[in-house]
Design a protein around this ligand. Structure first.
Ligand code: ZN
Length: 92
């Protein structure tokens, strides 16, 4: 026989995201379905330059756009990795 009782479970939710580049608050509550930031999370393995560290970065869409301008190769937008363009030359 099993007797059941109520259990209080604590949960957390994200209340605020701050852009790592410009330090602005990223509004995630007023338009929850608007995709206005990017989150990058990486655990660096042993032997890497960041040996075992967890890096978690959030960028607002404006700063992500600035980040894109620093890339030599355009991000893959449609899954076609064969035809990515060099941002400097516009050539594949
Ligand atoms: Zn930003």
């Amino acid at each position: 026989m099993k007797k059941h009782g109520n259990v209080i479970v604590e949960a957390t939710e994200i209340k605020l995201i701050v852009c790592n580049m410009c330090a602005c608050d990223i509004d995630i509550t007023s338009h929850p379905y608007v995709d206005n930031h990017i989150s990058i999370e990486k655990v660096w393995h042993y032997g890497s330059p960041f040996d075992g560290e967890l890096h978690s970065i959030d960028l607002c869409s404006a700063c992500y756009n600035k980040f894109l301008q620093t890339l030599m190769i355009a991000p893959n937008l449609d899954g076609d990795r064969e035809n990515q363009l060099c941002l400097n030359t516009g050539k594949p």
